[in-house]
Design a protein around this ligand. Structure first.
Ligand code: ADP
Ligand code: MG
Length: 261
């Protein structure tokens, strides 16, 4: 995908073209010997698609999304990111991590580095970009998420919403093929949730392939192409947002929706 560095486009150019970027097949994972956390989860995400992953607390959402960039090993099944298999092969894991951007609930910025350095670190060290090129790109990304005027501040000097927007810019700086979000607004004060969702919305509109764990129903309804529902380590539904919210098939889904809607 040609990566747009300009202002985030408000027109929806996200056309999914059935080129799979993420292919997870029958992924099974145990924590230790006994705790079976993922029980044969399969998911294909095509280029430009936005998939929202929902499910009760403890259902395995974070575990699953972390397997998609090699942060969690799995024992059975297979995962491919744009044709590269995530295996125990460390080289492959390095390749995949470069291609997969991740945004966490707790921002995970480097507290001792300025905003600008947080964004330029990985492109300089992992992509071999020169400092000046990296800074130019970082400033464009920071402008895109509305933080360019705070580039020389430290994370601790920013609000939670601002820090999360920096975390998104930092992930984008690696020009990832897919962005993973694990409850990116759950740690934010309510008044900061929308500013982060707005950045995610714009990113989706620009054509980014995204997998988002979130309980934000409005975002899922408006932005998601598909909603995936995970419960007790099983993938229970994989459907459109309107089917998911208006016409859920499974009892487990109905119960979950009655608790969040
Ligand atoms: P979710 O994100 O849907 O809330 P998680 O993937 O975080 O679920 O967790 C799924 C289950 O796995 C939970 O029961 C959790 O306690 C357990 N779990 C998560 N991480 C670990 C770990 N490192 N070791 C053992 N159990 C874990
Ligand atoms: Mg979680």
């Amino acid at each position: 995908m040609a990566y747009p560095h300009s202002e985030i486009s408000s027109s929806n150019i996200a056309s999914t073209d059935l080129k799979p970027i993420v292919i997870a097949r029958n992924v099974e994972k145990w924590y230790g010997n006994n705790f079976h956390v993922l029980k044969g989860v399969s998911l294909t995400v095509n280029r430009g698609e936005v998939v929202v992953l929902m499910g009760p607390s403890g259902s395995g959402k974070s575990t699953f999304i972390r397997t998609l960039n090699g942060l969690e090993p799995y024992q059975k099944g297979s995962i491919e990111i744009d044709g590269t298999k995530i295996s125990h092969n460390l080289k492959n894991i390095e390749i995949v991590r470069r291609e997969v951007g991740m945004v966490f609930q707790q921002f995970n910025l480097f507290p001792h580095l300025t905003v600008l350095k947080n964004v330029t670190l990985a492109p300089i060290h992992l992509r071999g970009m020169t400092k000046s090129k990296a800074e130019e790109m970082a400033m464009q990304l920071l402008e895109r998420v509305g933080i360019d005027h705070q580039a020389n501040k430290y994370p601790g000097q920013l609000s939670g919403g601002q820090q999360q927007r920096v975390a998104i810019a930092r992930a984008l700086a690696m020009k990832p093929k897919v962005m993973l979000f694990d409850e990116p607004t759950s740690a934010l004060d309510p008044e900061m949730v929308q500013e982060v969702l707005q950045v995610m919305r714009s990113l989706a509109n620009s054509g980014m392939t995204m997998v988002c764990v979130t309980h934000e129903v409005g975002f899922a309804r408006e932005v998601a192409d598909r909603v995936i529902f995970l419960a007790d380590g099983y993938l229970i539904e994989d459907t459109t947002p309107s089917e998911f919210f208006n016409n859920p098939k499974e009892e487990r889904t109905k119960k979950f929706l009655s608790q969040i809607l």
